[in-house]
Design a protein. Structure first.
Lengths: 111, 115
């Protein structure tokens, strides 16, 4: 059975204090790993798709990386508006239509 | 345009009511999804439609009835719900399996309260 875990559960940073969020997964074959940002009461907002180990994607202050067992979301010099819950999700190769989500990391960036 | 539109945004219904949630996308996506999300929990899959046919039903109770009238529309019909069904209901769409099934784009959700 797919399993996706994320750490830490919650993270408080000062504005400008860089850090990383972790997503670990166990699937028999990875079709894709996806990062989303979710604000309270809103739907998840797509950030990145990663397909293979070694792949990296960047967008503004965010950078996502992928290894064979985990993904990291690096946040450089965060701002208060980066405060949100960050979710990762995986699709398995042989059951590719279900996006299985991890529990998320609640990020708070203090001014 | 990566917009998925859900209506209504909020819904309060009694346990004997019948209501419907609606979802629309115009990205040409051929896979559409219903997810349920409880507070401080990740989204959980309910149904997947692929090329307008139901392809996944995650053992959802029959009081939830999905419908896909065409490739752009997805409905979720609700009947005789329980208070524990109160949640944020999310619709999403992605390319279909034949097109490579990439990332899913989510709507803003319908906040459902069952009284």
């Amino acid at each position: 059975e797919d399993q996706v875990t994320q750490s830490p559960e919650a993270l408080r940073l000062q504005e400008g204090e860089s850090s990383s969020l972790n997503c670990s997964y166990t699937v028999s074959g990875l079709r894709g790993l996806f990062w989303y940002r979710q604000d309270p009461g809103k739907g998840p907002e797509f950030l990145f798709t990663l397909y293979s180990a070694g792949e990296e994607k960047e967008k503004e202050r965010l950078k996502a990386t992928l290894t064979k067992k985990e993904s990291f979301l690096h946040i450089t010099a965060p701002k208060p508006e980066d405060s949100a819950t960050y979710l990762c999700a995986v699709q398995e190769d042989n059951y590719g239509q279900n996006f299985v989500f991890g529990p998320g990391t609640r990020l708070s960036v203090l001014p | 345009d990566t917009e998925v539109t859900q209506t209504p945004k909020h819904l309060v219904m009694g346990m004997t009511n019948k209501k419907s949630l609606k979802c629309e996308q115009h990205m040409g996506h051929r896979a559409m999804y219903w997810y349920k999300q409880k507070a401080k929990k990740p989204p959980e899959l309910m149904f997947v439609y692929s090329y307008e046919k139901l392809s996944i039903n995650e053992s959802v109770p029959s009081r939830f009835s999905p419908e896909c009238p065409n490739s752009s529309l997805l409905n979720l019909h609700l009947h005789a719900l329980q208070p524990e069904d109160s949640a944020l209901y999310l619709c999403a769409s992605s390319q279909g399996p034949r097109e490579g099934n990439t990332e899913a784009f989510f709507g803003q959700g319908t906040r459902l309260t069952v009284v």
